[in-house]
Design a protein around this ligand. Structure first.
Ligand SMILES: [Zn+2]
Ligand SMILES: [Zn+2]
Length: 141
């Protein structure tokens, strides 16, 4: 799925969203926003640990939280994991029950809201499809 390209410059991107470009925010933005990806706070921490040995898991979490509040990331829960998503457009997900890979699916851009939500002002909808991905399905012998 195509994602609207964003600024390549994390400093400009952070400033455009009203955030001060601290080294931690720049590092996290650089990692997550250059391509559409999903990552748990722990994965982000593990990836940045080498370059930023002084960055704690807590700092990573707080940074992700700030980026989410500024609208640069979306947070969702899959199979008990908190996952941050750099694709902030409305979309659905598929999650492999064996390897845990998460895939973005276009959600056709329209909302079919249930009748019960007749009086609501619906802002979003996201579905989670689960199953076994092709890589995890054993080829038949
Ligand atoms: Zn899989
Ligand atoms: Zn996604």
């Amino acid at each position: 799925m195509n994602v609207t390209p964003r600024s390549d410059d994390p400093h400009a991107l952070l400033r455009a969203h009203g955030l001060r470009a601290t080294p931690q925010r720049v590092a996290v933005a650089q990692l997550l926003l250059k391509q559409a990806m999903h990552a748990t706070p722990r994965e982000v921490y593990t990836k940045l640990k080498t370059d930023f040995p002084s960055m704690s898991q807590n700092t990573v979490y707080l940074t992700l939280d700030h980026l989410e509040k500024a609208g640069l990331l979306r947070r969702f829960h899959i199979a008990g994991r908190v996952v941050f998503d750099s694709n902030t457009q409305m979309h659905d997900h598929a999650c492999c029950s064996r390897c845990g890979r998460i895939m973005d699916l276009a959600s056709a851009g329209r909302i079919d809201s249930p009748d019960e939500l007749g009086k609501w002002q619906v802002e979003g909808q996201s579905r989670l499809w689960s199953g076994v991905c092709p890589d995890c399905i054993q080829p038949p012998r």
